[in-house]
Ligand binder design. Structure first.
Ligand SMILES: *Cc1c(COP(=O)(O)O)cnc(C)c1O
Length: 445
């Protein structure tokens, strides 16, 4: 039925409203039209409903719609690799390379020298070998897929020996004992919760042993009366017993993090140098690249992974490979490394952050600049924090301010500590400062 006949405003009147039109580039024109149509449908059931009330209802519906789409947000949590906020932001170089490769054709699976079929898995293995000292490398979808591929290749129907203190669950339901079971391997747990010795592994060896597995306890630590088996000792045992040693390194740092004021984190090259047969790690944690799972190790072991048909289901995309290759090239010098946002953010001095904080304080009566701690996050370096600077907002209702900031465009994700809203400036890009200050002014802070 004609809307005018029912006294309802026409669709184009809503579409002409600037506040509503602003959603078009964000959620698409069709979505905006659907939201208007839905509210008009609801209005038909009621007797009186003016344009202003309908406009407000359409805007509310669009806000809900927007919150469910993929959006850029401003991370003011101070957690550099925030799993819920997309983990590692990418370097411009990585995105340019993905754009260059993605908008045209490439030698993804083409051997330019021979003119025949090539392998996508060889495209980044050179630089990975160089950076880690390993003989061979392979890239899959993520680190969980890397672990699954390794277990499926070597351990189906056989035994995997793991220290009890490394039977981890990382976020998103990835539980090592469950993954082992799913891959048809049986788990042989050794040691006590706090202590494990080489002799425990040795005693558990049997003709059915397929692998000795080490995992990085990424998101927890056991302190006090503890003992662990170093990678070199486990590798030695593996060699004697003829059993490959595998390490799930998780966050996978390629460089020493101590110059950034962070604690020592085992780097991939260390595990390789200790003789670990295969090392698996993520592309989007400390490496600072796209989501990917990287396996480096000995040539014969990687060759076996490559011949597993499961690899086809875990295969990495060309955009990922392009972005990963460009990210890895930035590891050439400490200066170029800082083109990777994680390393840029980690390098910011507290003095620089304090200067930025002062600009907030000058404009916002309730703001003060405070020292705080930033975190690596992303299941990396569990307890590791390093000095940072935050803008603290004294408000009677921290929760309400937190909600208001998250409802902005773009949303701002902060943290609440001791009844104050804290905006850690280490993870906020300087070019976003004006926007954040504007949002705080609008929230009448
Ligand atoms: C993060 C992590 C994984 C999973 O990595 P994804 O790339 O997210 O699949 C596996 N193992 C460890 C030890 C981790 O820290």
């Amino acid at each position: 039925m004609n809307q005018a006949l029912r006294g309802l405003p026409a669709v184009h009147r809503f579409l002409g409203e600037p506040a509503i039109a602003a959603f078009e580039p964000l959620v698409g024109r069709e979505c905006v039209k659907r939201a208007i149509a839905a509210e008009l449908d609801r209005a038909r059931l009621r007797t009186t409903l003016g344009f202003a009330a309908l406009r407000a209802a359409v805007l509310k519906r669009l806000e809900v719609e927007l919150a469910a789409t993929l959006l850029g947000v401003i991370n003011a949590t101070g957690i550099l690799l925030h799993t819920n906020l997309g983990r590692a932001p990418l370097a411009g170089e990585a995105l340019e390379e993905a754009m260059r490769i993605g908008t045209g054709y490439s030698n993804l699976e083409y051997d330019l020298a021979g003119g025949g079929r090539g392998s996508r898995y060889d495209r980044v293995s050179g630089v990975l070998r160089e950076l880690t000292g390993a003989q061979a490398a392979l890239v899959v979808n993520n680190c969980a897929a890397a672990v699954l591929l390794i277990l499926d290749t070597f351990a189906r129907g056989r035994e995997v020996i793991v220290s009890r203190n490394q039977l981890i669950e990382i976020g998103g339901g990835f539980r090592l004992p469950d993954v082992l079971r799913r891959s048809g391997a049986s788990l042989v747990e050794v040691g006590a919760t706090n202590k494990v010795y080489l002799a425990d592994f040795e005693a558990a060896l049997s003709p059915r042993t397929a692998l000795l597995l080490r995992t990085h306890p990424s998101n927890f630590s056991i302190e006090g009366f503890t003992h662990d088996v170093p990678g070199a000792q486990l590798s030695e045992l593996g060699k004697r017993a003829g059993v490959p040693v595998v390490e799930d390194l998780g966050s996978g740092a390629l460089v020493d993090l101590r110059p950034y004021g962070l604690p020592h984190e085992r780097i991939v090259a260390e595990a390789v140098a200790e003789g670990v047969g295969l090392v698996a790690f993520s592309g989007d944690k400390l490496l600072g690249g796209p989501q990917a799972g990287i396996i480096v190790g000995s040539q014969p072991l990687v060759a076996r992974l490559k011949s597993n048909p499961l690899l086809r289901a875990l295969r990495v995309d060309k955009l990922t490979l392009a972005a990963l290759a460009a990210t890895l090239r930035l590891y050439a010098t400490p200066e170029s490394l800082r083109r990777i946002p994680f390393y840029a953010m980690a390098s910011l001095s507290c003095e620089e952050l304090r200067l930025r904080g002062a600009r907030y304080a000058a404009r916002l009566p309730a703001a003060s600049v405070v020292d705080c701690a930033a975190y690596v996050g992303g299941g990396s370096l569990a307890q590791a924090s390093f000095p940072s600077v935050a803008v603290a907002l004294a408000t009677g209702q921290p929760d309400a301010l937190d909600v208001a900031l998250r409802a902005g465009h773009p949303p701002i994700v902060a943290r609440i500590e001791h009844g104050r809203v804290l905006l850690d400036l280490r993870t906020v890009a300087e070019c976003d400062d004006e926007h954040v200050i504007g949002a705080l002014v609008a929230a009448s802070v």
